[in-house]
Design a protein around this ligand. Structure first.
Ligand code: F6P
Length: 323
């Protein structure tokens, strides 16, 4: 029986546990013994492994976070870190590694594969900015959470005729913000990908009131040049002139925690089961994702050198529906 290892890395995403479970149980059916690596690449470099079997991954399908723990590991970016990581894997007679994570994690996976170590990535990030998967594990749950927040904020905003700036996560990508704005019926959206000015956002807000609306929800991506705090500061300094009352709600890590929705459980299970199958059949150096509804394998070299852009045409849809 071959030994393989699995780790979760970078920001946790709802569905990571479902993915670990599928790797372990899929491994059993492919005759692979699976070791978990605690705390991502940091644990790998330290040689922090634990044996996993089908029973040890019971009851985690519906749990958020990751049972293995995760870190953002600077050390793996160095030559020494990479050497130590491969050494620890070889010392334990581990034939391959599955990396469940987003951009930074898959860049690490690519670096390990460049050192001739067999690695398969599994696309997992709430940001949904990973090239090679549409969507990635966790992003639809994070969107659900943002929508629940927006739905709740809209009722209180409407009661007070207020403006709410709602900041969503997403790092440098406006994906979560744009989708939340469309599905949440926001009056305006501020994205990293498109230049907005405080004046243009103020005009969109004022125009919503002129059209008879009783509130204005502005979804602001955390990575936008104008983040929610700076926009709020600007609007407050012009309060007399603008006339609207403003509140700010930063969703932050609430979007990342808690149980995965049905889609993410299924996605995580399908991608991770495919990943262990790839590794067991000696196909590696790829990221397992989903594209046009089917499982896909994209070379890690491509994943590491590209970022998935958002569909900018959807900003027109957001604007049209805000009317
Ligand atoms: O990449 C996932 C993510 O949640 C981003 O949306 C966010 O910018 C970042 O991680 C937050 O990182 P941390 O948990 O280290 O604060």
């Amino acid at each position: 029986m071959k030994r393989v290892a699995v780790l979760t890395s970078g920001g946790d995403a709802p569905g990571m546990n479902a993915a670990i479970r599928a790797v372990v149980r899929g491994g059993a059916s492919h005759g692979q013994a699976v070791l978990g690596v605690r705390h991502g690449y940091t644990g790998l470099i330290a040689g922090d492994f634990l044996a996993l079997d089908s029973r040890s991954v019971g009851g985690i399908l519906d749990r958020g976070g990751t049972m293995l723990g995760t870190t953002r590991c600077e050390e793996l970016k160095s030559e020494g870190g990479l050497i130590r990581a491969v050494q620890k894997l070889r010392e334990q007679d581990i034939a391959g590694l599955i990396v469940i994570g987003g951009n930074g994690s898959q860049a690490g996976a690519y670096a390990l594969s460049q050192r001739d170590y067999p690695v398969v990535g599994v696309a997992s990030t709430i940001d949904n900015d990973l090239f090679g998967s549409e969507p990635s594990i966790g992003s639809t749950t994070a969107l659900d959470i943002a929508l629940e927040a927006i739905d709740r904020l809209r009722t209180t905003a409407s009661a007070h005729k207020r403006v709410f700036l709602v900041e969503t996560m997403g790092r440098n990508s406006g994906y979560l913000a744009l989708m939340a704005a469309i599905a949440g019926g926001a009056e305006a959206v501020v994205l990293p990908e498109i230049e907005s000015t405080p004046e243009s956002v103020a005009e969109e807000i004022l125009d919503s009131y002129r059209r008879g609306k009783s509130h204005a929800i502005v979804v602001v991506a955390e990575g936008a040049r104008l983040n929610a705090h700076s926009l709020a500061q600007h609007f407050r300094s012009r309060h007399q002139e603008l006339g609207f009352e403003l509140r700010v709600s930063i969703l932050g890590h609430i979007q990342r925690g808690g149980p995965p929705n049905a889609f993410d459980r299924l996605l995580a299970t399908r991608l991770a089961a495919a990943a262990i199958e790839y590794l067991a059949s000696e196909r590696h150096g790829v990221l397992i994702g989903i594209q046009r509804g089917a499982i896909s394998a994209t070379p890690l070299s491509e994943v590491a050198s590209r970022v998935k852009p958002i569909d900018l045409e959807l900003t027109q849809l957001a604007r049209m529906l805000a009317y």
